[in-house]
Design a protein around this ligand. Structure first.
Ligand SMILES: *Cc1c(COP(=O)(O)O)cnc(C)c1O
Length: 374
């Protein structure tokens, strides 16, 4: 029986060698440059730690959504090429430019703001983001001509450098993604017609990078897969040669022997069928364990997998372990690497009606992260 260290209620153990392995594996599989996406605190794994591990595994560049996330990485000492693509309305790019952050540009207004932040001795490096059917941001097809011409003019002045062009896929179907890819080719030809020569072309995130070789172009943006989780409902991490990097575990905080018919937690969603042992697990929805997974989330204790019994509360939930011998201080693993016997983040996602991305990303600040190498 694995025990939690005294005094520790819960933790997320982050295996940085798994992230390194995943990036190395995916880079070899795609044969392209790799942009490692560490937005949202590295999908809950820690942004700086994930960036360092990804770079050690061969990532060529790091990406985040917000400039604030990018600046925090610079402060932490990450000096690799770094891209941010989702900007607040009216955001100034001056600080980003000073920190050498590359900008995803989705509109003429953003292009002008980027040009205003650049100087001839320090041009702002941009990746033009084109809309190809996802219906989110990106330069609209009707504006390709105007924005590309303006970008070429700014580049000639030396205030920006267009180093990339990108878009994002919907993963709706192979046919939809192929249609988006062909719209991307049109956009690229339009840019080249104005004299732009963006070196990096990227449209694939994890899903298409693995499943759609044509979409790899010369660069892919990898998020979920670098953390070792599968972007596919029907393929596991192991099927893809990936190793889940996060293990979420908590201590058994109390153990109680109860008679048949004992109600468990708010609303008595669970009542014991017979005399049984209830183990209280010290982690709850405040920590990101989805309340929607009450009565379904798997928990591994002492080599056996149980299900949550009754409502998950803010700080704790209960597992009905029957007649098993479980003691205060025993380790309860919510998810980790199934190859080592842990439930998967995907099983929690299924129990909560969501996706593995949300399971790891929502793990909250009350859960200390501990870095490890396996
Ligand atoms: C989050 C994000 C990614 C990474 O997606 P994964 O599915 O996690 O690989 C790539 N590109 C964009 C634009 C994103 O927002």
């Amino acid at each position: 029986m694995t025990r939690m260290p005294d005094g520790l209620a819960r933790e997320a153990v982050i295996d940085v060698s798994a992230i390194e392995h995943n990036v190395r594996h995916l880079r070899a599989m795609t044969g392209t440059e790799v942009i490692a996406v560490v937005k949202a605190d590295g999908y809950g794994h820690g942004a700086e730690r994930s960036a360092r591990a990804a770079l050690a595994g061969g990532a060529d560049r790091i990406a985040v959504a917000d400039i604030g996330e990018a600046l925090a990485l610079r402060v932490a000492g990450i000096d690799a090429p770094l891209l941010a693509w989702l900007h607040a309305p009216g955001e100034s790019f001056v600080e980003a430019a000073a920190a050498g952050v590359e900008l995803g540009i989705s509109s003429l207004q953003q292009l002008r703001a980027a040009a205003a932040a650049g100087t001839a001795d320090r041009p702002v490096r941009v990746h033009l983001k084109v809309e190809t059917g996802l219906g989110r941001n990106g330069i609209a097809p009707a504006d390709y001509g105007t924005v590309f011409a303006e970008a070429a003019r700014f580049e000639a002045q030396g205030v920006i450098e267009v180093i990339g062009m990108f878009s994002h896929l919907s993963n709706t179907s192979p046919a939809e993604d192929r249609a988006a890819l062909s719209r991307f080719t049109v956009a690229q030809a339009g840019a080249e017609a104005t004299g732009l020569r963006p070196r990096l072309r990227h449209i694939a995130a994890s899903h298409a990078a693995i499943d759609m070789p044509d979409a790899r172009l010369n660069c892919v943006r990898l998020g979920i897969a670098i953390y070792g989780l599968s972007p596919f409902a029907d393929r596991s991490s192991a099927d893809l040669g990936l190793r889940p990097a996060m293990t979420l575990r908590a201590a058994v905080a109390a153990v109680r022997r109860v008679p048949a018919g004992q109600g468990v937690s708010y609303g008595y969603l669970h009542r014991t069928a017979s005399e049984s042992t209830l183990a209280l697990i010290s982690i709850g929805y405040a920590d990101g364990v989805p309340r929607a997974a009450s009565a379904g989330g798997p928990v591994r204790i002492g080599g056996r997998t149980y299900r949550v019994a009754g409502r998950i509360a803010m700080d704790q939930f209960v597992v009905d372990v029957g007649d098993a011998q479980v003691d205060v201080g025993d380790e309860a693993v919510l998810f980790g690497d199934p190859e080592r016997g842990a439930p998967s983040a995907g099983e929690w996602a299924d129990a909560a009606g969501t996706i593995n991305y949300e399971i790891v990303t929502r793990i909250g600040p009350r859960v200390p992260r501990r870095e490890t190498r396996s």
